[in-house]
Design a protein around this ligand. Structure first.
Ligand code: MG
Length: 202
């Protein structure tokens, strides 16, 4: 069956991220030390609750303030928390190339609305997808099957019609278990070669 759509994970595939960038900007206005701020933001239980949609971003802000003593405003928090991303240019170019060949593309991400708002405002490539499935909107995280079902509904595709690129093995494995074609992203060069091998590039 031909590939009908390519699904991209976001973090560490299209965008690199570093929560220590945010933590360093929070630091002068907090009573907590840097390692504690990083721990609170990066892959923490609190972040997980935000990304699975159990707390709103405003409630998340309140919890960060309570834990760190952060003195800034809500708009300052939004800016600092969102500004942790750097485009991975060879992957952004690979996406543009697939678009130019009229391939449908989707974003499939464990993320939160603060990150999405920042990314949408700062990275034009991010608007060039056919659809977006975010964990926080559906109260489920990859590799939970529910989120993969929603991706299939969103794209109208299933099984080997889908090619899925993600840097986390457990996420890729959950896609493969549904019959999706998968690429475990390690480097842009390897992923590009895998996509070319499938005949999707000129
Ligand atoms: Mg990732």
């Amino acid at each position: 069956m031909p590939t009908e759509a390519v699904i991209f994970d976001l973090g560490k595939v299209l965008l690199d991220f570093d929560y220590t960038l945010a933590a360093r900007k929070f630091l002068p206005r907090c009573r907590a030390p840097l390692p504690a701020i990083v721990r609170l933001l990066n892959q923490s239980p609190l972040l997980h609750r935000l990304e699975i949609g159990l707390v709103s971003s405003e409630a998340f802000f309140d919890e960060v303030r309570a834990a760190t003593g952060f003195q800034g405003t809500w708009p300052e928090f939004q800016t600092i928390f969102g500004d942790i991303f750097t485009p991975i240019q060879p992957m952004v170019r690979l996406h543009a190339e697939l678009r130019s060949l009229r391939m449908r593309t989707y974003i499939f991400s464990n993320t939160n609305d603060l990150a999405v708002a920042h990314i949408r405002d700062h990275f034009p490539f991010f608007r060039q997808f056919d659809g977006y499935v975010y964990s926080y909107e559906h109260h489920a995280m990859k590799p939970e099957a529910l989120l993969y079902e929603i991706m299939e509904q969103t794209s109208g595709c299933r099984g080997s019609e889908l090619l899925y690129i993600d840097d986390r093995l457990e996420n890729v494995a959950a896609g493969a278990a549904r019959g999706w074609q998968t690429v475990l992203h390690e480097t842009p060069e390897k992923t590009r070669a895998a996509v070319a091998q499938l005949g999707l590039l000129k």
